[in-house]
Design a binder for this molecule. Structure first.
Ligand SMILES: Nc1nc2c(c(=O)[nH]1)N[C@H]1C(S)=C(S)[C@@H](COP(=O)(O)OP(=O)(O)OC[C@H]3O[C@@H](n4cnc5c(=O)[nH]c(N)nc54)[C@H](O)[C@@H]3O)O[C@H]1N2
Ligand SMILES: Nc1nc2c(c(=O)[nH]1)N[C@H]1C(S)=C(S)[C@@H](COP(=O)(O)OP(=O)(O)OC[C@H]3O[C@@H](n4cnc5c(=O)[nH]c(N)nc54)[C@H](O)[C@@H]3O)O[C@H]1N2
Ligand SMILES: [Mo]
Length: 775
């Protein structure tokens, strides 16, 4: 890249990479040398096929994945193109579907054989591998087994218990897969019952985005759409691991790079998946092994160092503007923004010494990137959990927005802020009312539509639920999917509290650890998956989801359900709601369950600007766009302008490391989807066979006298008197910045303190946990 210093001159942990440099491997690590995608992804998929034995018809289902009229993948939330490929799915999406459509079943026989005590010794992988849940089950304390029950018995009993509990002591958790229709009804049920306790997996994920973007640009979601990637000149990635977590994104990135767009990644880990990519759907690339270099520069920022790195970029851009003028977009800044002067003062006041120390990157490198930014007409800022899961995650996000605002890189085609969402409908659930914040929901309209007085008290987020479980104020937990017990921070502390709850209800597809934590009354209710036919009284039903680019897609499952006893999520929620609530002539659970288009009418009535003609537009190819005011240069902030927000810290970590402590970042592999562990390899990082490992840089190992393969424990360095420890981790050398270790999520979750979380959004700081290595 022109203007960038050669790599030898660069600080060790901040090497700018050319192609040779990208392929540089340390002898003492076994990093993956192959591109993302390619034959590796095919081999990884083949293993799952062997493992799960889906029928040929189940495999054929993949052909309709992510296409208008077909079903929408339950894996990530990346956009679905207008003109899909023949195989519009990736390694992950195929794995998720095959995992759902396995021929293994986990029914009454299984539960008769294994007690919960026995199952608690199983691994996460083995629990889910038992197969699809088939029957509604009730936990029997006398025998420590789940026993089969009927749907009616479950609904009646759950309803009776909920009626006896103070609604504010109940929580309704949603994992980001449930459809718009399901999410709307679940939230309505909560409010009719009497609370806003609607924690969502997004509280652990992009809640930081929802809070920071809303405050700064007046919309809680990203501003980009897929076509922006066809015209941008520069894409800056911050803490998003595309190859592992959203591989379909690699296709538009490959196209962008081929037409000359530059990609630069800031990440403590040199993620192979963002470096080289062989398109598994291109026969030529597969045959020749040719790969596209995606990120030509990979900057190994320290964990929590992004505020400093972004400050360096902004500082230099402002200096260049003083030097040569015309560098920043003054017209845009004057007409559309607020807070610029204060922001400028702060950028000038921050020293390069501090920036280099906190970011771990040399000033020369940051200045080169800033220079490239000023030469690029259209820039997109992409980010993921590397920015959001920090104590000052909101300030991370805000600094990226500040950078974009400097040259009007929001609200023009080919530009924008692009948070890459996780679960397939996590964004959409918030759109249609899953929120603990009453201000974000049109409660007055709901009051009119359904003739009731909705609760106005702010509800609990995920971490507040966990705290309420510890202090006893939470009495009932209804889980709409997900694996709350395993995904949250401080799992060991919260584990003990489940048995004290009056009621636990888990609506799920496969067995997981949360199901092994029964309350006094506990139910495990199995549902169909998105690829399966949802037959109701008016015929087969479609559902819908919203992708990361605010496009809404209909989804129609066609597979025969895994078992005739299974119900849809909507019919389960309706069954429980009917048994809980007083009859209300405006609330028609049976009619809605019989015909989901009526639920879409309700969504349209509640949110007319976003969902006009919802049913008619359901199967629009590429989805229909619900719009984004910030993209149209309308800023829904109190001042009507976009805000420059000067950060008040330079590191996103909660506090400086003490003594021998290190910062732990928790990582995902390509062989997992959150707590669903498909296998024990991490192909793109060249790691195999075990997840009970701790990644340590060779320098750090030498300083601490550690050897590869040695077993160690990690202990959290947090002054609250609680001992948090995960033992039996094998030291694995890996190229990381100094004072940083990597471990897998969810295995390391017992180390994350509940109160270590984003100051504004309460998102757990899963990427910034101070730990000590204990030999
Ligand atoms: N295969 C697979 N796909 C998934 C998932 C999965 O588990 N497996 N999960 C889904 C979900 S719910 C989500 S939210 C998304 C998550 O997708 P991502 O947003 O990509 O999340 P992570 O993999 O947790 O972390 C992203 C990157 O942040 C880097 N990082 C850590 N700390 C820092 C830091 O301080 N600064 C910077 N710049 N980078 C940092 C890590 O090295 C890692 O590469 O993926 C979705 N897709
Ligand atoms: N240390 C650490 N912790 C983290 C993170 C991290 O990066 N580091 N990431 C956080 C993030 S981003 C997220 S999103 C959360 C994820 O937290 P969750 O969303 O709670 O967890 P998942 O693992 O996605 O849930 C998997 C389970 O969902 C159920 N399921 C699957 N499909 C369906 C379906 O269609 N319907 C129903 N009803 N159930 C279904 C299955 O039983 C499966 O076992 O974890 C968070 N925790
Ligand atoms: Mo997520």
């Amino acid at each position: 890249m022109a203007g960038l210093p050669p790599s030898e001159e660069v600080h060790r942990s901040g090497s700018i990479t050319g192609e040779d440099e990208v392929l540089r491997q340390r002898k003492d690590t076994q990093h993956y040398r192959h591109p993302a995608g390619g034959w590796g992804s095919v081999a990884s998929l083949a293993r799952i096929l062997f493992d799960q034995r889906p029928s040929p018809a189940a495999l054929a289902t993949l052909l309709s994945q992510n296409k208008a009229g077909g079903h929408m993948c339950t894996s990530c939330a990346f956009g679905k193109p207008h003109n899909p490929n023949t195989f519009e799915f990736c390694e992950n999406g195929a794995k998720a579907t095959i995992w759902d459509l396995t021929s293994d079943r986990c029914g009454p026989d299984f539960f008769e054989k294994y007690s919960l005590t026995a199952l608690s010794k199983w691994s996460d992988h083995d629990l889910e591998k038992a197969g699809r849940l088939t029957h509604p089950m009730r936990y029997d304390h006398a025998t420590d087994h789940y026993v089969p029950t009927t749907w009616d018995a479950a609904f009646v009993s759950i309803g009776r218990t909920l009626r006896m509990i103070d609604p504010e002591a109940a929580v309704f958790y949603t994992s980001g897969r449930a459809s718009l229709e399901t999410a709307y009804l679940f939230a309505l049920f909560a409010r009719l019952y009497g609370h806003n306790n609607l924690p969502d997996s997004s509280n652990m994920c992009h809640e930081t985005t929802s809070v920071a973007l809303k405050a700064q640009i007046g919309t809680p979601v990203g501003t980009c759409t897929l076509p922006d990637f066809e015209t941008c000149d520069l894409i800056l990635f911050f803490g998003q691991n595309t190859g592992t977590n959203s591989p379909r994104f690699l296709h538009p990135l490959q196209q962008a790079v081929r037409r000359g767009c530059k990609v630069i990644s800031f990440n403590p880990v040199r993620e192979a998946g963002l470096i080289r990519f062989t398109n598994p759907q291109s026969p030529i690339e597969m045959a020749t092994g040719s790969a596209t270099i995606i990120a030509e520069s990979h900057l190994q920022v320290r964990p929590g160092g992004d505020i400093a790195a972004l400050t360096g970029l902004c500082k230099h851009i402002l200096d260049l503007d003083i030097e040569r003028g015309g560098v920043i977009d003054r017209t845009f800044i004057e007409s559309d923004t607020q807070g610029f002067d204060r922001f400028t003062v702060q950028m000038h006041a921050t020293s390069w010494n501090d920036i280099e120390r906190e970011s771990g990157l040399p000033a020369a490198v940051l200045k080169s990137v800033a220079d490239l930014y000023t030469r690029s007409e259209r820039v997109i800022g992409v980010y993921g959990m590397g920015l959001t899961q920090h104590v000052h995650g909101s300030q991370n996000v805000k600094m990226l927005v500040n950078l974009l605002l400097l040259r009007g890189n929001i609200s023009r085609a080919g530009t924008g802020i692009c948070p890459v969402r996780g679960h397939s409908n996590v964004q959409g659930q918030r759109t249609v009312g899953i929120s603990e914040k009453p201000d974000l929901v049109p409660l007055d309209r709901l009051a009119l539509m359904f003739g009731f007085d909705p609760p106005r008290k702010e509800g609990r987020t995920t971490v507040k639920v966990a705290e309420g479980m510890i202090d006893g104020s939470v009495r009932a937990f209804l889980g709409l999917g997900g694996n709350f017990a395993r995904a949250i921070p401080d799992v060991a502390r919260v584990d003990e509290t489940w048995s004290k709850l009056d009621l636990t209800v888990q609506i799920a597809t496969k067995l997981n650890r949360s199901h092994l934590m029964p309350g006094r009354e506990a139910w495990l209710l199995p549902c169909i998956v998105r690829a399966e036919c949802d037959e109701q009284s008016s015929g087969p039903q479609a559902v819908s989801i919203e992708d990361s680019f605010s496009h809404i897609h209909g989804s129609l499952g066609r597979r025969t359900p895994a078992h005739p006893m299974l119900k849809s999520e909507i019919s389960i929620i309706s069954g429980i709601a009917k048994a809980t609530l007083q009859p209300n002539p405006n609330v028609k659970w049976d009619e809605w369950t019989g015909d989901y288009s009526l639920v879409r009418d309700l969504i349209e009535q509640t949110y007319p600007n976003w969902f006009a003609d919802f049913n008619d537009r359901l199967f629009t190819p590429g989805g229909f766009y619900r719009g984004n005011p910030a993209r149209e240069r309308t800023w829904h902030t109190p001042s009507g302008r976009a805000l420059f927000e000067a950060p008040d810290v330079l590191s996103a970590l909660g506090s400086p490391l003490k003594g021998a402590a290190l910062t732990m970042i928790t990582l995902r592999s390509n062989d997992q989807f959150n707590t669903t562990i498909y296998g024990f390899d991490d192909r793109l990082r060249g790691l195999k066979g075990s997840r009970d490992i701790v990644l340590v840089s060779p320098d750090e190992m030498a300083t601490r006298g550690l050897v590869a393969g040695q077993l160690v424990a990690l202990e959290t360095d947090h002054d609250d008197g609680v001992i948090r420890r995960v033992a039996g981790l094998r030291v694995t050398p890996y190229d990381l910045p100094r004072a940083c270790v990597g471990a897998y999520y969810p295995e390391a979750n017992a180390l994350v303190p509940l109160d270590l979380r984003d100051v504004d959004a309460n998102t757990p700081a899963y990427k910034g946990v101070p730990v000590r290595i204990v030999v």
